[in-house]
Write a protein that binds this ligand. Structure first.
Ligand code: FES
Length: 179
């Protein structure tokens, strides 16, 4: 996939966030969460992690460790919409690889890119496609989440319906999809 434009949280806002959480339990985690939320591309660039480390006086390795430990932190720019395919054993057995391949075809992503890079964002920053190890809903496998809404027992037909709806609405305000 192509490179995406970097986006940074302005220094003044960074200072404000750090000050707000200073001295509180879990301050590094909450600071990182809020900084990511304020980034228009919903991620934590390396430069931002460095600044947080310096400003909070916390070793960079610790900041980086937290940012990479939790799956809700992103180190790469994220699209406006997220599509997450479960690749756990139960979902794999019920055909999640096929769903991932269909998604790759719909968005013109090379087969294997998502698995090898863990997440891929379309060049227009509209969609990020990623995989997870398990949603904890194995009884309803295969499971796919789109914009944080979990869909269970997904088959090819249901997937295409979800994708077509989300693509149609990509320029419209976000609304919950009902199937
Ligand atoms: S393996 Fe997919 S929800 Fe558990």
């Amino acid at each position: 996939m192509e490179k995406h434009t970097n986006s940074f949280v302005p220094e003044a806002i960074l200072d404000e966030i750090i000050e707000k959480h200073k001295g509180k339990p879990g301050m590094l985690l909450t600071t990182l969460e809020e900084v990511q939320e304020k980034n228009p591309l919903k991620y934590l660039p390396g430069e931002t992690l460095t600044k947080i480390s310096q400003k909070m006086n916390v070793p960079y390795t610790q900041v980086y460790g937290v940012a990479t430990f939790y799956s809700f932190f992103n180190l790469k720019p994220q699209g406006k919409h997220s599509i997450v395919v479960c690749r756990g054993t139960a979902c794999h057995t019920k055909g999640s690889k096929g769903l991932l391949d269909e998604i790759s075809t719909v968005f013109g992503i090379k087969s294997g890119d998502i698995d090898s890079e863990q997440s891929v964002t379309t060049p227009d920053n509209e969609f990020t496609i990623k995989t997870v190890a398990c949603f904890g809903q194995c009884a309803q496998s295969p499971v796919v989440a789109v914009d944080n809404i979990i869909y269970s027992n997904v088959n090819s037909q249901k997937l295409l319906k979800i994708l077509s709806k989300v693509r149609t609405e990509k320029n419209a305000p976000k609304t919950k999809i009902t199937l």
